[in-house]
Structures are given as structure tokens and as C-alpha cells.
Design a protein around this ligand. Sequence first.
Ligand code: ADP
Length: 259
Amino acid sequence: MDRRIKVPEARDELTELTVTFNHMLDRLQDGINQQQRFVSDASHELRTPVTVILGYSDLLARWGQSDAEVLKEGISSIRSEAENMQQLIEKLLFLARADQKRQVLHKEALELSELLADVMKKMKLVTKRHTVELLRNDPGTVCADPVMMRQMMRIFLENSTKYTPAGGRITVESVRRGGWLCVTFADTGIGIAPKDQKKVFERFYRVDTSRTKAEGVSGTGLGLSIASWIAEQHGIEISLESNLGEGTQIHLRIPLMCG
Ligand code: ADP
């Protein structure tokens, strides 16, 4: 079989080929840039917990034996930083598998209302600072990976709890419309400014607010990019509505299984 590239005779063809080739090179370069950015952002994010762990280790080595208070605080801080690192690493591995197309999905016929009810039940058990309500939960079967769907819903709910001050309200409703289930996660939290609304789905993007800083809200900036990858794999459309100081709503449009 002749594998040589056919040299185009007409000039038009040559131009066309060059354009296509350049386009491919651009895409390749974009991919390389994206990977480099990913590695450098990930290293940057991992540096903070490692620095804190090293700092507390020094403190423990010096004062841990003589000061019970230092011992207690040191151990609990090291533990919580290690937990942050573990969560970050899990998310990085998820996205790395997704990028390499190694993230396996096990789709099945899934009654979404059952899954949603279960996720909400567990959420209510752990959320003490907010009111959490499932306002409506229409039945509907979707073709989806149950582990991924649960993960996606937890990301939206956990964000709502993280970015809603104590006493706020988090509501969820799932409404059947034609061939779709329309699920909305709404909170009465700090909201997202219009300029940030698209960017929050980008990897490592976090809105820098004095409030989240002051309240020490921990995050990786990876949750929504994981959620949007999961949504994409299931043909789910995501949209976001938000008003600063009033709250955020995430709308999902999930295709129902036919037949
Ligand atoms: P993180 O781990 O930082 O929460 P995400 O990717 O899940 O990462 O979210 C990206 C950013 O979007 C968050 O850091 C936060 O600034 C903003 N955000 C996400 N959900 C909400 C919400 N419900 N209310 C206000 N801000 C939000």
C-alpha cells in the first residue's frame, strides 16, 4: 500500500493542505499548552498543603512533647491538610483519566428520582447550617452511570453549602418536561458575578472573594470542571444563573431514556 502523501498538483489543493496542516499543528500546540498549564496549576495547588504540613511537623518536633496544645493542634492541622491533598489528588486523577479517555462509564437504565432522593437524604444528614429541601422529584429513567451522576449532584450540593452562609436555603427540584428531566439546584448564597459565570467551569478557577477567604472555605477549583465533564458524557446540558449576594441556580437538562 502506498503510504506517501500525494503531492497536490493544483495550487489550490496545496493551499488547502497547508491550511489543514497548520490547523492540526495549532490544535496540537493548544493541547500541549493545556497539559503544561494543568501540570503547573496542579503543582501550585499541591504546594500549599505540603508547606503547611512541613511547618506543623517542625512545630511538633520542637514543642510537641512539652506542649499538649501544640501537639493537639499540630496533629489535627496535619490531618486536615493531608485530607485536602487527598481530595485534590483524587480530582486530578479523575481529570487525567478523562483526558486520556481512560475514565470508564458504566451506563445503565437509572431511575433518577430514586438516586436524587437518596443523595438528598444523605445531604440533609450532614448539613446542619442550612435548610435543605427537595421540592419536587418527578419520576424518570435515564441512561447513566450511577456513580458519576451521584458525584455530579454532590458537587453542586457541596458548592451550595460551601458558598451559602449559615442559615441559608438549598433547594432542589426535578421536573419532567417532554423527553427531559429538568433538575435545578438553587441556593441563597453569595452568588457569582457575571464576569465569572463562564469561568467557574474552567479547571482551577476560583472566584476570589473576601468572604470565601475570610471564612476559610476550602476548594480546588476542579469540582465544576469534573461536573461538566460528567454532564457532557451523558448528553446533559448545564446552565448557570446567579446574582451576587442573592444566590446561584444550576440547571440540568437530562435526556430521558426512550421506550
Ligand atoms: P471549588 O472546589 O473551588 O468549589 P468548583 O470548580 O466547584 O471549585 O467551583 C469553582 C468556583 O465557582 C468556586 O471556587 C466558587 O468561587 C464558585 N462557585 C461554585 N459554586 C458556587 C455557588 N453555588 N455559589 C457561589 N459560588 C460558587
